[in-house]
Write a protein that binds this ligand. Structure first.
Ligand code: ATP
Ligand code: MG
Length: 662
């Protein structure tokens, strides 16, 4: 074996960072930041809820709203009532009218290297033509249109076309199965589907239409389908009787102007399902006024987006992050948003850095799981590129462990870009807890304080706030414009899922419960510890999975770890650690010993893993989150739960075989 890596270095760094090393945003960033006045927190607090006019003011309204917040039917809150607007007008027409018609709105990069750039006026033209096409098919205001499309420009075009005519969209991630498509179309009685023939993955054409057709066979009503021809001759583009060709439809309507429908602020803009990390996905309803103003406001304040920027969120639009921060937030602000079709390691592991360099990307937003993959591949890939155009970095989706944070800071940001670690959910519509990059200092591993106007707290089981330094449950004690309004057609589940735990119905006090555990420090910085159910009970001791994972990824040579509890005869539950190693590390016994030692040193012998299972991959959702519940099933030898929202279902069996429970 090659020379032993210096184990202490990794764990020591993790410990040092955990102890609260802080970073100030560089002065050069603060000087130009959209928000740099620390008073903003007090301003929002003192003027709540009127402070949210600031978010609404980022938009153009056809009809001014009368009331910022109506709470007489809490927790069914209503925002900006009386106001009317159109989301596609806000993302397109007004920029064209303001003289930005030749600015790039979307810069799209195909996996095989082809590119397409849409200026704001190009995009408006395409959106109007498709909006007219949808109308021709019979789509009316409030009809739900399902979009089952990969990362091609027709996806945001279709979203904005729906928004233009007041038809809520429901985007189903292209990687999802036929069943997932059918379930979602049935649940929403969606009679319209936009899909495509196929797309590329690692250079190979995938047949998407076949999957869509299979899904349609499970839909219990008639559906009008539109098919985008992505692959041309590569794949026989068979339409079938009830399907329409996108190009053909659009060519009949090119040049038509479609008046944006004036929507009530509280009218539904879209329906989006949660990731399904912890169970059945929930259908979240977002509205036109509150959601859009919140997406625009957070893009402005947290992502520091300016119209002249080139901004890149490397997520999939099939996830809420892509809705808020590839499409609606950036386009509402009139900036240039980059969209990449493919995988980050195709054709080489430097693909993303190549794109940053080529497009002079100013702001880059991704997920910790991606950062850990970059780290695993090594710094030689970003080192090949000039990344000096970058000004700000962001992460979302999972807690980021300090070592990955540091790697991102050093090797992507060159020590000069603030990092915003943004906590939020499908349900919250936009970011909730994060530092403001031009205001607060950064603490690696901690998301930061709640955003101005957001009353997030850490409470104990009875709802009392915990002392600084302690862990508890995260709650949000006041409403915000981007919040979900309900679970689609299921008010009851909306109430029981989010409002039952800590609200006092009699006193009409409503507390939103995101079901995450968290810790708070003396400065009010919040560290997310993971899902409330991600706690392992070993011989009566309650251990947070996230803490153990952080200790494991602090060991040199470890790229990623997932820790779960599995049934154990004596201890009740035991710790099972699934580990991905860095490319240059080997799965030796000494490696396993170092991992076990790392956990014992950081937390104590009680947390000692019963088994360390080295695996090349972990089961993940489309947004890159590890599905721990499946790993728990494996560890306990149970039947596997729902895998329909997994990105890589095949790895589950591989891992099960290794553990010997398959
Ligand atoms: P489901 O609700 O169906 O189980 P999900 O919660 O994974 O799926 P999302 O809405 O995509 O669906 O994810 C939100 C969750 O992601 C948060 O509740 C939190 O657990 C986690 N999360 C998001 N951002 C961060 C972050 N910056 N730090 C820590 N955790 C985060
Ligand atoms: Mg959730």
């Amino acid at each position: 074996m090659a020379e032993e890596p210096d184990t202490d270095e990794g764990t020591e760094l993790e410990a040092r960072l955990a102890e609260g090393e802080t970073y100030e945003p560089p002065a050069s960033f603060v000087e130009q930041a959209n928000v740099s006045d620390p008073e903003i927190y007090e301003e929002f607090e003192e003027n709540w809820p009127a402070c949210w006019e600031r978010a609404a003011d980022m938009l153009s309204w056809n009809q001014a709203y009368d009331t910022v917040l109506e709470d007489d039917d809490a927790p069914f809150y209503r925002w900006f009532t009386g106001g009317e607007l159109n989301a596609s007008y806000n993302c397109l027409d007004r920029h064209v009218e303001d003289g930005a018609k030749n600015r790039a709105a979307i810069k799209w990069e195909g996996e095989l290297g082809e590119t397409r750039t849409y200026t704001y006026s190009d995009l408006l033209y395409e959106v109007e033509a498709f909006a007219a096409s949808l109308r021709e098919l019979g789509v009316e205001e409030d009809d739900v249109v399902t979009l089952y499309l990969p990362m091609i420009p027709e996806l945001p075009i279709a979203m904005l076309a729906c928004a233009r005519i007041g038809a809520p969209h429901s985007v189903v991630f292209a990687g999802f199965s036929a069943d997932a498509l059918a379930t979602r179309m049935n649940a929403a009685d969606s009679e319209y589907l936009v899909t495509c023939d196929g797309y590329y993955r690692r250079g190979d054409p995938l047949n998407h239409k076949e999957k869509a057709d299979k899904g349609l066979r499970g839909v219990d009503h008639d559906v009008e389908t539109v098919v985008v021809d992505r692959l041309g001759d590569e794949l026989n583009h068979f339409l079938g009787a009830s399907a329409h060709d996108y190009e053909e439809l659009v060519s009949e309507h090119e040049g038509e102007s479609v008046e944006p429908v004036s929507r009530d602020a509280e009218d539904m803009l879209f329906l989006m399902y949660t990731s399904g990390t912890t169970g059945q996905p929930k259908g979240v309803k977002h509205t036109t006024g509150g959601y859009l103003s919140y997406a625009a406001w957070t893009s402005h304040a947290v992502l520091d987006v300016k119209p002249e920027d080139t901004y890149w969120c490397a997520a999939d639009i099939g996830w809420i992050t892509g809705h808020s921060y590839i499409v609606y937030g950036p386009l509402a602000l009139g900036t240039t948003t980059v969209m990449y079709e493919g995988t980050p390691d195709y054709p080489e592991k430097d693909r993303l850095w190549d794109l940053v360099e080529k497009n002079d990307v100013d702001i880059f937003y991704t997920a910790p799981t991606a950062i850990r993959a970059f780290m695993k591949w090594g710094k030689q890939y970003p080192d090949q590129h000039d990344l000096s155009s970058l000004r700000l970095l962001g992460t979302v989706g999972e807690p980021i462990n300090p070592r990955a944070w540091q790697w991102y800071y050093d090797h992507i940001g060159d020590g000069e870009c603030p990092i915003v670690d943004t906590w939020w959910q499908t349900e919250t519509g936009g970011m909730m807890i994060t530092t403001l990059p031009g205001v607060g200092e950064m603490k690696p591993g901690s998301a930061g304080p709640p955003l101005p106007g957001i009353d997030a707290r850490i409470v104990d089981a009875s709802g009392d706030q915990v002392e600084a330094g302690n862990a508890g449950y995260l709650t949000v004690n006041n409403p915000w414009p981007g919040m979900l309004r309900t679970l689609y057609r299921n008010d009851e589940r909306f109430l029981s899922e989010y409002w039952q735990e800590y609200s006092d119905e009699e006193a009409d006090e409503w507390v939103y419960f995101p079901e995450d555990g968290a810790k708070i420090d003396e400065d009010g910085y919040i560290t997310i510890l993971g899902r409330v159910d991600d706690v392992i009970n070993v011989s009566g001791h309650r251990l947070g999975t996230m803490e153990i994972e952080s200790a494991i990824v602090g060991v040199e040579g470890v790229a990623e770890a997932a820790v779960v509890g599995g049934d154990h005869e004596i201890k009740g539950e035991a710790v099972y650690a699934y580990v991905i190693l860095e490319d240059d590390a080997d799965a030796t016994d000494s490696m396993r010993d170092r991992i076990i030692e790392g956990v014992e040193d950081a937390i104590g012998p009680i947390a000692r893993p019963e088994e360390v299972i080295v695996t090349p991959e972990l089961p993940k959702t489309r947004s890159g989150k590890i599905m721990r519940r499946l790993l728990e099933d494996i560890a306990s030898g149970n039947e596997l739960g729902n895998t329909s929202t997994l990105r890589n279902p095949e790895v589950v069996e591989d891992i099960a075989a290794q553990v010997g429970n398959d």
